[in-house]
Design a protein around this ligand. Structure first.
Ligand SMILES: *Cc1c(COP(=O)(O)O)cnc(C)c1O
Length: 423
């Protein structure tokens, strides 16, 4: 559901963007609850939807997920804390929280021990380690099937250069480690990133079927991982979630037939559930000509949304006139932020190549809306340049609720100290 007509939009989830901006100040993230509900609904065929909360982990969004019957994945002790505060229970069936990582840091080890978390392990050493944290721990093995898929080298999740998962040929060794450590290895997980390439996905499913044979009757759950793509560009196709499910369901049925028992099928999306629900609203504070180029200078930077600077990611952009005038004429512009850093440009491609975008002619004070900012947007924000984290607003039924207030400078500075002899 693309509820924003690109390049020209003035309403979001039924509310006026200008009103929202006046009330909350810019920049801010706004999430449309209805879009999240729709995306969850599209994956309801899976036995379990496990939200990879690292995509956008605000407590308000986690609470919404819980209400929708979704459980969560946590990749750090902090994410475990969030999940607990949002009401998820580690001991529910299926578990409300699963800890997934390729190593235990000290905080995570303590969280796993204290809350007796199920662990999705991505390195063989973790099997022995979790056995020491608490005996009998339920464990899922994350397998690297030997090939991967991802939209950049930084997001590729399989193959021999990926840091993620247990190399496929070490599975038997790991089952032995599990018996020695006294843990209960009862699941297999592959998070490869599917793209919309179903041939590739079929390969992943084939690997899962082969790996599952080694677990036999011990296998209770398989996870398809996440990586479901969304169309950041209008011309990109939308993933066929029914076909995606069918492929995995076919693998599951084959696994069930081999094992002679029922096997739960989980899916673990992050991006897919939240990306399209959210816009980042910024204000144009300056418009300048640099030789032949026009720059729209906005009040959000890569501290707010890092994806374009980090991956060369594309986000749709629209202009909203602050005074409600009609926007007709367009021009090619560069959109840049306030950071003291030349890479602080929203219109760039992989490798940092600055490009232009065709946008309506705007004025200072108009708003610039970046689309599909819900995944790895607010969650990857930073305080670089000592700028405050932007607020997050959840919009539903014509009502806006602040689910994260704008940060204060006290928040940013509270743990810093000036040594006595420098006072
Ligand atoms: C990041 C991650 C996901 C979610 O990835 P998306 O591309 O956002 O769907 C799922 N599972 C694991 C283990 C992850 O690390």
């Amino acid at each position: 559901m693309q509820n924003l007509s690109e390049n020209n939009m003035d309403r979001f989830a039924g509310m006026s963007i200008v009103d929202l901006a006046r009330r909350h100040g810019t920049p801010f993230f706004a999430y449309d609850r209805a879009v999240i509900e729709k995306r969850v609904g599209e994956l309801k065929q899976f036995d379990v939807i496990r939200y990879a909360q690292k995509a956008s982990s605000n407590l308000g969004l986690l609470a919404l997920m819980r209400k929708l019957g979704v459980v969560v994945d946590a990749v750090s002790a902090g994410e475990v804390e969030r999940a607990l505060r949002a009401g998820f229970r580690p001991d529910s069936n299926p578990p409300g929280i699963v800890f997934t990582a390729d190593l235990f840091d000290a905080d995570a080890a303590e969280a796993v021990r204290a809350h007796r978390l199920e662990v999705n392990v991505g390195s063989p050493d973790m099997i022995t380690q979790v056995g020491k944290l608490y005996p009998g721990a339920p464990v899922i093995l994350r397998i690297n099937p030997g090939f991967g898929h991802g939209h950049s080298r930084k997001t590729n999740t399989g193959g021999e250069w990926s840091k993620h998962g247990i190399w496929h040929s070490q599975l038997e060794e790991c089952l032995k480690l599990g018996r020695e450590a006294g843990v209960k290895i009862h699941g297999l997980h592959m998070h490869i990133g599917s793209g919309t390439d179903f041939e590739h996905l079929a390969q992943v499913c084939g690997s899962m079927v082969r790996a599952a044979k080694l677990l036999g009757k011990d296998l209770e759950v398989i996870s398809a991982g996440g990586g479901l793509p969304i169309p950041y560009r209008k011309e990109q196709p939308r993933i066929d979630t029914a076909a995606y499910f069918d492929l995995w369901d076919k693998a599951r049925k084959e696994i069930e037939a081999n094992a002679g028992r029922a096997v739960r099928l989980e899916v673990e999306p992050g991006r897919y559930l939240v990306a399209e629900s959210c816009v980042l609203v910024t204000q144009i504070r300056s418009i300048k000509k640099v030789d032949g180029n026009v720059f729209y200078m906005v009040d959000a930077g890569f501290d707010t949304l890092v994806r374009p600077a980090m991956y060369g990611s594309y986000h749709g952009i629209s202009v909203v006139a602050a005074d409600g005038r009609a926007l007709a004429e367009e021009q090619d512009v560069v959109v840049a932020g306030p950071l003291c850093e030349s890479g602080d440009v929203f219109t760039q491609e992989e490798g940092g190549v600055v490009v232009t975008r065709r946008l309506p002619v705007a004025r200072i004070g108009d708003y610039l809306v970046l689309h599909d900012a819900g995944a790895y947007g607010a969650a990857m924000s930073s305080n670089y340049n000592t700028r405050r984290l932007a607020p997050e607003i959840l919009v539903a039924d014509g009502r806006d609720t602040v689910i994260r207030a704008r940060q204060t400078y006290d928040h940013i500075l509270q743990f810093e100290r000036i040594p006595d002899d420098l006072k």
